[in-house]
Design a protein around this ligand. Sequence first.
Ligand SMILES: Cc1cc2nc3c(=O)[nH]c(=O)nc-3n(C[C@H](O)[C@H](O)[C@H](O)COP(=O)(O)O)c2cc1C
Length: 384
Amino acid sequence: MNDAVAEGKTMGLVYRLLLRPLLVLQDSERAHTRSVRSLRLLTSNRVTKYLISLVYKTRKTLPVTLFGTEYKHPFGLAAGMDKKGEAINGWDSLGLSFVEIGGVTMLEQTGNPKPRMFRSTSNKALINRMGFNNPGSENMHENLTKHFDKYGKPKIPIWVNLGKSKLTENADAHMDYSTTLGKLWEFTDVFVINVSSPNTPNLRDLQGEEELKKIINSCLEVNESKSMDYQLPPKPILIKIAPDMTFEQLEQIITVAMDSGCAGVVATNTTVSRDFDLVEDAKLGEKGGLSGLPLKTTSTEFIKHIYRFTDGKFPIIGVGGIMDADDAWEKITAGASLIQAYSGFVFEGPSLASSIVRGLDRKLRDSGIKDLEQAVGLIHKESN
Ligand SMILES: Cc1cc2nc3c(=O)[nH]c(=O)nc-3n(C[C@H](O)[C@H](O)[C@H](O)COP(=O)(O)O)c2cc1C
């Protein structure tokens, strides 16, 4: 074990034993805001950025090529953690291979009244009803312009999660999504259409066939025109789905997404269900979307179903309850080409990426598989 790896392990332990108990004492959203802001500050200075990379960044690579881009390993940051795209330098230093910023809506929004984010540590779960608090597409354009001017293009791919402004009626949702896509096109590697957050009234209705087609078509049109303006290839557009539906509904959505020209699917968003084997906790009574460990199995079942339904031909990004390398392996072998986490960072700390990459590397060696791409959907191949 080299020094940096040993240090990474120690930092994970330090986080769990010392920092996490301190963070638990703070209001959940405030602790989150402070953590992202500290990461931004620490990684805007070259020396501290280098030191953070030294401790947290793994040198191991497990390359995955998807949408024509090589990802150094499959693990990225899920949407919602960096809603303003304020710590872009930091995520690379923590060893992530890509980051999904946002959700960004066309209009600036403050979101729902606080408190709106709750932690159930005994269940390794979060409940949130943020309601797309974000700077809006115009301000986001400005933030990213400043960032790119100062630091250049980020080292890791930047994905943008597209939400719908609360003020925009569902009938005009297509215009809201595609306006944001157009505004942020030049900075973005991949767009994710989010029609699955449970905290914007009626947003999930947009997962219906007609509504979804309209949104995807409108985004594809703007994508095509920006691609011509910049003389660059169009960006991959993915769809992010909720876990609260039947497999029949899921198949309908996947069919629409594939037929309309989406490049893949992110499975899944948070769940409104509380029908899990949970340790009793008053926080679980809060309204909102549940994420973290209790969501893990449902999200993996969705991934398995999509992989089987599409014969592994529609790229899946797996998210929901990934806390360690075993969970990551479960998602990949179920059919996910790339994976993401949000809650895992809250409960396991900033060394999550390096410990997952190290663990995946070990799993590959133990199973005698040469590269990670061969592990994608492995359970389906083994059962044939
Ligand atoms: C506080 C919070 C805010 C979130 N905001 C967004 C968002 O804006 N857009 C989105 O698509 N997903 C959002 N998510 C969902 C996550 O991206 C992810 O799909 C979900 O939390 C499951 O992953 P996890 O179990 O690793 O947290 C949010 C999650 C949390 C906890």
